[in-house]
Design a protein around this ligand. Structure first.
Ligand SMILES: CC(C)(COP(=O)(O)OP(=O)(O)OC[C@H]1O[C@@H](n2cnc3c(N)ncnc32)[C@H](O)[C@@H]1OP(=O)(O)O)[C@@H](O)C(=O)NCCC(=O)NCCS
Length: 154
């Protein structure tokens, strides 16, 4: 499969929303369809397109169909320990039927390249303990940094 990775564009909205909140998509994978309202989806998409907003998205396109088969979203932010901003990989998704073909790896590499271009000193992300499938990829493209994640109780 030949895959092209590029920044998301306005014309991608319908396809991206389908991978995001559609059946078999990313938000369903996280069982969070009740949390992500159309307003959140629309605002997030608008932020991708806003060059003044530090919210980004790269999409993976299957060259034979020209369809979007995956995406990575990432954010840049200040870091008190460095002069440079840091890059946080927020979401990573590849369609079920296109997995294990190297698309996830390509998307992460595209984020690394963009983080370099944006002058970020560090790129990092979280995953769930039980997401073993993702971790099989992450151990090849990243290192565990030894930190645990905590959140304010809801
Ligand atoms: C995690 C996810 C993005 C990986 O995408 P992918 O395109 O299948 O990943 P890749 O094909 O690039 O990477 C697979 C690598 O991990 C390994 N791997 C992944 N799953 C594996 C499995 N079930 N068995 C064996 N190896 C596996 C492969 O060895 C491969 O390494 P290689 O490139 O050296 O051959 C995809 O499974 C997905 O979208 N999952 C649902 C959403 C999700 O979990 N997102 C991540 C949230 S943190």
């Amino acid at each position: 499969m030949s895959v092209v990775i590029r920044p998301i564009e306005a014309k991608d909205k319908e396809e991206w929303v389908n991978l995001w909140t559609g059946p078999g998509g990313y938000i369903e994978f996280y069982k969070s369809l009740d949390k992500i309202t159309p307003e959140i989806t629309n605002t997030t998409f608008e932020r991708f397109l806003d060059s003044n907003d530090p919210t980004y998205c790269n999409v993976a396109i299957d060259s034979s169909t020209n369809k979007i088969i995956g995406f990575a979203t990432y954010l840049t932010h200040r870091n008190t320990w460095t002069i440079e901003d840091s890059c946080y990989l927020n979401d990573l998704f590849v369609c079920e039927s296109n997995r294990l073909g190297g698309v996830g790896r390509k998307l992460i590499n595209s984020v690394y390249e963009d983080a370099d271009k944006l002058g970020c000193g560090k790129t990092y992300w979280h995953t769930q303990f039980e997401n073993h499938r993702a971790q099989l990829l992450y151990t090849k493209v990243g290192v565990k940094d030894g930190f645990l994640k905590y959140s304010r109780p809801e």
